[in-house]
Design a binder for this molecule. Structure first.
Ligand code: F6R
Length: 240
């Protein structure tokens, strides 16, 4: 793992964003694996600024999101589909037909998970996968467990994730299931960029970097990825 400790979330946004900028410059048809949550928002703003100043063109770029809630309409304000459009897609020239998220409302979830994995297999894995990390070491919605997950699947969210994310939902409205790329799917990315900021991520950073590779900290698998870059601020790095 290539661990980079920077002073501020703004510096991280630029440094991580530059990896995406270079990739899209080199390959206008780049396949980007994207994430939701607070961690990537500033980096998305940096990509938008590079698009607005005419430096970046997303017209041939394709995106593949990590995960989506189940049983939440796509147009809901809290769906990851809405999040991605509000925070990135509506502000750049990516084509809607190049945007991919798993469908959390599919009638046949098994078929939907296989469809998403086939999509990713057909492109040979994304060129770069952006990740945040949960305070419990989750990546995507892959929660601590006794075994690493493989392909895309429907997951029951843990109480800790429901508690963290329910701040965005009206009382009792937080979905309890999601569909997520499995750890195996995430590891097919050619490059991985993980962003972690704030003291609440410090334990997870220590377990991910210094701990053993274990499904009890799903992010620890990144120790075995050939090209994983970890960006964190001083607060997230405070327990390394
Ligand atoms: C988001 C995702 C999650 C988040 C993680 C951190 O698509 O898959 O794993 O990256 O929960 O969330 P934030 O960035 O809000 O702290």
């Amino acid at each position: 793992m290539d661990v980079r400790i920077l002073n501020t979330p703004e510096q991280i946004a630029v440094a991580a964003g530059e990896i995406f900028v270079r990739l899209v410059k080199e390959n206008p048809k780049a396949k980007l694996g994207l994430a939701t949550g607070a961690s990537p928002v500033k980096m998305y703003q940096y990509l938008i600024s590079q698009y607005e100043n005419g430096y970046l063109d997303f017209s041939e770029v394709a995106s593949y999101n990590l995960d989506e809630y189940c049983d939440l309409p796509r147009a809901d304000k809290n769906s990851y589909y809405t999040f991605m459009h509000e925070n990135l897609f509506s502000q750049i020239n990516i084509k809607e037909e190049h945007v991919h998220l798993p469908n959390g409302n599919a009638a046949d979830m098994d078929a939907e998970c296989r469809r998403y994995d086939r999509l990713l297999a057909d492109i040979g894995g994304v060129d770069v996968q952006l990740l945040g990390i949960g305070t419990n070491g989750h990546i995507g919605f892959n929660e601590p467990a006794d075994a690493f997950t493989e392909g895309t699947y429907k997951v029951k969210l843990t109480d800790s994730t429901i508690r963290s994310n329910s701040i965005y939902f009206d009382e009792g409205k937080m979905p309890h299931y999601a569909v997520t790329m499995g750890v195996g799917t995430i590891m097919t990315a050619k490059k991985i960029v993980l962003i972690a900021t704030g003291e609440s991520k410090a334990d997870a950073m220590r377990a991910m970097i210094r701990g053993e590779v274990t499904p009890h900290c799903p992010a620890s698998i990144l120790q075995t990825h050939p090209d994983a870059v970890i960006f964190m601020d001083k607060a997230a790095a405070s327990k390394l």
